[in-house]
Design a protein around this ligand. Structure first.
Ligand code: BGP
Length: 480
């Protein structure tokens, strides 16, 4: 048997992309609630002042808030061992800065956790997944401010104490390294420099200095959260979560190789070097100097980072790209990261280049670097699905994508990587983070909801549902 007997097969979602119920039971407005819908080639908009009559996908999403029992029952039917979901910070602290938590929010997630445990499904909880309370954006421009550390830790204390004994695995920040690029500013850090005008998602005024200072605050907050978790319950395991944007030099020219090394360091390793090794890596000094960035640290920060390293490493993996020293090389569409298209790979309908072997390569690189247990907590194919006349959804393209990636995970395990689990993204169809649309579907479960606002939220099993059930039942041996 290749995979561990206790391998955590499952699926992943995030509150802002699936729950809906955006203003129910005391929930406050989050940064994802001010983003409109968009589609491939047409950016979603950030509207700091909510607009009447505009479509905001997070308002209803797939109504998981009210249908979580039905959804978790379907996950259980597939044999899930693990469900990765996120808590909406604004359900617990509606504006982010209240003194005490909102009981209705705490109660809701307790029910979700209990529902998972009923089926023997291990909850894996992301504490902050792309939805900083908008109240904190307005109050202090969110993670640009050091005050955020305390707000975040209040939130952590509330959930760590409430769910003690029921939850084992936590992740502090989803794709923390997205903040090394402009897209992470609002979604990951709640930074918004124009609080009056609607702006296209990627065109808000961006100040890299703010993002890197924000990352410092997040590193300190994450390290303190790790220590707090261990104090509250020594059985808690806390992981980081990275957007691993596998990258190759476009050619073997030493210039391309160096360009790729720099890209990998900033994008793929800087944040995890801090979170896994407990200190800023030496290569960042030159980067900061050349980009005129000075990180404001307080005495004691370095010790906090050292003492709060994570217990395991998790990441999302969708695609790879190439780096070239030639500025004229055409830039490809990517998972926030762009890069030059790889001539050896095909792309999804959304331009993400599919690279299963890159997953094996990445798992080996990461494990060599940190030696920590790894978990792939997002992976999958965003695609358009069609309901046939007989009601079936034959998503062979998705099965093929997942099969190839699982095969490469198995190779990595044979290479010696300690892999804990696999939770493919959007195990039930949900709203896309980058484009804000329903049409980009990832699920084993189809949701009847469409970008024109029609659809009754009905759930249907896709062909991949039965396939994944077999995969789990055979612990990854039967991939046919
Ligand atoms: C990751 C995010 C997820 C998810 C996924 C797929 O970056 O952590 O929230 O959405 O990407 O991306 P998209 O929804 O843009 O297809």
């Amino acid at each position: 048997m290749t995979f561990r007997p206790d391998f955590l097969w499952g699926g992943a979602t995030a509150a802002n992309q699936c729950e809906g119920a955006w203003d129910v039971d005391g929930k406050g407005i989050s940064c994802s609630d001010i983003c409109t819908g968009g589609k491939f080639g047409q950016s979603k908009m950030i509207t700091p002042v909510l607009q009447e009559g505009t479509f905001y996908p997070s308002r209803e999403a797939i109504d998981h808030y009210h249908r979580f029992k039905e959804d978790i029952a379907l996950f259980a039917e597939m044999g899930f061992k693990c469900y990765r979901f996120s808590i909406a910070w604004t359900r617990i602290f509606p504006n982010g800065d209240e003194d005490s938590p909102n009981e209705a929010g705490l109660q809701h997630y307790e029910e979700v956790i209990d529902e998972c445990l009923k089926y023997g499904i291990e909850p894996l909880i992301t504490i902050s997944h792309y939805e900083v309370p908008f109240g904190l954006t307005k109050k202090c421009n969110a993670w640009t401010s050091r005050e955020m550390i305390d707000y975040f830790l209040n939130y952590c204390r509330a959930i760590f104490t409430r769910y003690k004994g029921k939850v084992k695995y936590w992740l502090t920040f989803n794709e923390i390294n997205s903040s090394t690029a402009a897209m992470g500013a609002l979604l990951n850090q709640g930074i918004l420099n124009d609080l009056e005008h609607p702006t296209p998602f990627m065109e808000q005024p961006d100040l890299p200095k703010q993002r890197f200072q924000g990352l410092h605050h997040m590193f300190v907050a994450s390290a303190k959260a790790v220590q707090m978790a261990h104090e509250i319950d020594p059985a808690y395991k806390v992981g980081n979560m990275m957007l691993y944007a596998a990258s190759y030099p476009l050619t073997c020219s030493p210039d391309d190789v160096l360009k790729n090394q720099e890209y990998n360091r900033i994008m793929n390793y800087f944040c995890s070097d801090v979170q896994c090794r407990g200190a800023y890596p030496s290569y960042m000094s030159r980067y900061f100097k050349e980009h005129d960035i000075t990180i404001q640290k307080q005495p004691g920060d370095d010790e906090i980072l050292k003492a709060g390293t994570v217990d395991f490493y998790t990441f999302s993996y969708y695609m790879s790209s190439c780096q070239s020293a030639d500025p004229d090389k055409q830039k490809g569409e990517g998972n926030i990261v762009g890069g030059v298209p790889n001539p050896y790979l095909k792309a999804s309908d959304w331009g993400w280049q599919i690279d299963p072997k890159g997953l094996r390569y990445s798992l080996n690189e990461i494990y060599d670097r940190y030696g920590l247990p790894l978990m792939v907590v997002e992976n999958g194919l965003g695609a358009k699905d069609t309901i046939e006349a007989d009601g079936s959804i034959n998503d062979d393209y998705r099965i093929d994508y997942l099969r190839q990636h699982i095969r490469q995970m198995a190779e990595a395990v044979k290479d010696g990587v300690d892999l804990m689990g696999y939770t493919p993204w959007g195990c039930i169809d949900l709203v896309s983070a980058s484009t804000g649309e329903y049409a980009k579907r990832y699920g084993f479960i189809y949701v009847e909801r469409y970008d024109d606002g029609t659809g009754d939220f009905g759930r249907r099993r896709k062909k991949s549902f039965d396939w994944y059930k077999k995969v789990i039942a055979s612990n990854g041996e039967d991939l046919d």
